[in-house]
Design a binder for this molecule. Sequence first.
Ligand code: SER
Length: 322
Amino acid sequence: MERILVIGANGQIGSELVEALSAQQGPNSVFAADIGARSLFGHPNYETIDVLDQKRLERVVDNHSVTQVYQLAAMLSVTGEAAPLTAWTLNINGLLNILELARQRNQSGKPLRIFWPSSIAAFGPHTPAVDTPQLAVMDPTTIYGISKQAGERLSEYYFSKFGVDVRSIRYPGVISYKSPPGGGTTDYAIAIFHAAKRGERYACYLGPETTLPMIYMPDAIRASIELMEAPAERVRTRSAYNVAGLSFNPRELALAIKQRVPQFDISYQLDYRQQIADSWPRSLNDTHARADWGWSAKVGLSELVDDMLENVDVEVREHQAA
Ligand code: SER
């Protein structure tokens, strides 16, 4: 039986991953961890962990006989630009601490399987932007993207040199309603629903034609768990897999919302985030994920918009920011 530690459990993806894994594995097999003193989501088995504290990490993994770690604690593209050195340190040393722990445990016959997310931000302006292949030029421009690119190389290295079973996905922009996103360039695609639900006009910081790869949370969670459940020999990419959900731009998203909320309106006030978005792919080719572990996205734009409008709670953002 697996015993699973989710680090970053107070975050957008971690919070929902803990719920999904608990439903699947039983709540006593899943441990939620984050840097804060308590779980923001009422997770019962909660541990305070600073992922930069290797000793604490090791103690928690030992105490709970953990067999799998999802390491999601990170600073994203926008928050990272405000504090590049902090972002680099958290994103890279956080990963290295887990990889090192797994390397040591391999030697003592108690292997750890690791999930660590990469991102579309690992690509850059010279990457082919449409149908971006698994293997392509990667010249990221944000510190977040640079840390993801470096993390992919580290993951490959720890796999080939030390046999560490590390697995990764290049997450597109992840859209969800249960918890607020954490400072990314793709956050507009969530904020727009909050504005629509409040009856407000949305001032979008990306231009109308800025197409980006996105994924709806249930698909993102399923992709992560399916990759972690795949037999090791099927996981032939040990950097990070392209995983496509859907691609759309602000104009298309606003139109889909307007079809359901006729009074909704959008305006465009571009800022520095436009440049970040322009350096990222518009769509991803995920042939490798499909072939290796059977990935296939389920949620399209229409279903996503219906579900978001039905479930977005306009209180969530204020409540959790407080
Ligand atoms: N959603 C992330 C961001 O915008 C991309 O991985 O930073």
